[in-house]
Ligand binder design. Structure first.
Ligand code: UD1
Ligand code: CA
Length: 508
């Protein structure tokens, strides 16, 4: 199949995208063409493909659930025109509705008609088809394909010399016609002047009682005009998803095509069968993707980064050489050479600096963690800033929520905070400061200071035998040589039931 790199050769192109049908076999609240494949709606894939024709106008025909599909199209393509087809009386009727919505100036040149539910469609094939149509000087061209099971499609009828005579729909086909394997993909190209003449001539005297766009082919023949079909080899490109099973099949095929492209572009993908990459993801050469990885949305991964196994990254930016293991991350930035995981949860607004670390069982949210800074173990970091080179001890909770409002914690540069701390926001821990293990930090810690809030440890001798007499704990204490004598330490404690330790006010 030939391709062209000169879409200008095509002259002005108008595109009509049909998306008014009910899509009832989806059995969904969501309009058929809005179902996603590779992170985009099916119609978004079609609109991207037709953009390769550089159309001066795109009209989308909407009807069923147009309150969903209309705004979606306008968001993707603000210049698109929406034509409302109140009742679905067939593809010919739908094109007539689009035609009436167009300015006279847009009713010129080549008109391409496509359906909104063919997510594998690509611009290159459309350009080749449109170029072939223009070069052939035909009034109508059909993008056709030879398929193993043509049932349900319109069949291309050719005469003995191979000339295209018309298209017959499944329900109207004789047994002989139904045996034809060359089908109408649903994508047609028209000369605008011909389309203008032929649309009013369509009739609905057929098996479905619909106005068939496909009848234009036979009408052109009757007028002695030139028609033709352009067979596409890669027939999956024009296949539509009508139910969820076809949606899954096409999604898998789309994913396979995306992965193949990245591998050709220098990305190592160890296990394509368990790797899913959305259409808008960008990867640099020498990225390695290990099994069980989903790269979603607008995720970007720079060279030499290794992702996986078992990660889901959505709208995440990963720097060169970073290592991300068993991680779920969304709207986050992971710096060059940084380490994340295993079992880390990076929520929106997480920004990890170069060579930084977010380790096992750490959750972060709206947190800027500086270059070389580390949160290695079992922590929650929310609404925080951690300066470069700082280290946060294991089991630290940034208590950002007072039950009403969220507050911020700032940790300076090269700070060293100890294990099992709680930072009660808003609080500031200065550059080079530290904290003691088990501290609850409610007051700012000045630069270079050590903040300690856990009280000095007191050992209340003989406590177990006095308070837990007869228990396994007391037996063990006695066996270890403990004696249950009175303890002066315990006197004066209101609650003798536990080794009460003050959390506060015990600065060094
Ligand atoms: C159509 C073609 C058939 C082709 C097949 C490819 C006709 C008469 N038949 O058949 O030759 O092989 O596509 O898939 O054109 N639509 C509207 N308004 C309508 C009717 C349809 O917008 O009133 C839209 C649908 O949403 C869909 C597209 O047009 O996106 C095709 O309609 P559909 O009913 O699926 O046509 P088929 O019977 O599959
Ligand atoms: Ca169809």
């Amino acid at each position: 199949m030939s391709t062209t790199n000169q879409p200008d050769d095509l002259g002005p192109v108008t595109v009509i995208v049909l998306a008014a049908g009910g899509g009832t076999r989806m059995k969904s609240k969501t309009m058929k063409v809005l179902h996603p494949i590779a992170g985009r709606s099916m119609i978004a894939h079609v609109l991207e493909a037709v953009a390769a024709l550089q159309p001066h106008r795109v009209v989308a025909v909407v009807g069923n659930q147009r309150e969903q599909v209309g705004p979606h199209i306008q968001e993707l393509l603000p210049d698109a025109l929406l034509a409302v087809q109140e009742t679905q009386e067939g593809t010919g009727h739908a094109v007539r509705v689009a035609w009436e919505a167009l300015e006279p100036a847009d009713r010129s040149g080549t008109v391409l008609v496509a359906a909104g539910d063919t997510p594998l469609l690509e611009g290159e094939v459309l350009r080749a088809f449109a170029a072939d149509h223009a070069a052939g000087g035909r009034v109508v061209s059909i993008l056709s394909g030879v398929v193993a099971n043509p049932h349900g499609y319109g069949r291309i009828l050719r005469d003995d010399s191979g000339q295209v005579m018309g298209i017959v729909e499944q329900k109207d086909a004789t047994a002989e016609e139904a045996a034809v394997a060359e089908i109408n993909s649903g994508i047609l190209a028209f000369d605008a002047a011909f389309l203008d003449r032929v649309l009013p001539r369509l009739r609905n005297d057929n098996a479905k009682g619909e106005y068939y766009l496909t009848d234009t082919v036979q009408l052109a023949r009757e007028d002695g005009e030139s028609v033709g079909a352009f067979p596409i080899e890669d027939v999956l490109q024009t296949e539509g998803a009508n139910d969820r099973a076809q949606l899954a099949t096409l999604a898998k095929e789309k994913n396979h095509r995306i992965l193949t492209r990245w591998m050709r572009d220098g990305v190592t993908i160890i296990d394509p069968a368990t790797t899913w990459i959305d259409a808008d993801v960008r990867l640099e050469p020498d990225v390695t993707v290990l099994p069980g990885v989903q790269l979603l949305g607008t995720t970007v991964v720079a060279e030499d980064a290794v992702i996986g196994p078992d990660c889901t990254l959505k709208d995440v930016e990963v720097g060169a050489g970073a290592r991300v293991v068993r991680t779920h991350a969304e709207l986050a930035v992971i710096g060059a050479g940084a380490n994340v995981g295993p079992f880390s949860y990076l929520r929106p607004g997480t920004v990890l600096g170069a060579e930084g670390k977010i380790g096992g069982f750490v959750e972060t949210k709206n947190a800027k963690i500086g270059d070389g800074a580390k949160v290695p173990h079992l922590s929650y970091v929310g609404d925080a800033e951690i300066g470069e080179g700082s280290n946060i001890g294991a089991g630290t909770v940034f208590a950002n929520y007072d039950g009403v409002q969220k507050h911020r914690t700032v940790v300076g540069r090269h700070a060293r905070t100890a294990s099992n701390n709680t930072f009660v926001a808003p609080v500031h821990i200065g550059d080079g400061a530290g904290t003691g293990a088990g501290s609850v930090i409610r007051e700012d810690v000045p630069p270079g200071a050590l903040g300690v809030s856990a009280g000095p440890q007191r050992n209340i001798e003989g406590w177990a035998e006095r308070r837990r007499a007869g228990s396994a704990q007391a037996d063990a204490a006695r066996a270890a040589g403990d004696s249950p004598g009175d303890s002066a330490d315990e006197a004066g404690h209101a609650s003798g039931d536990g080794p009460a330790v003050s959390n506060e006010g015990q600065g060094e």
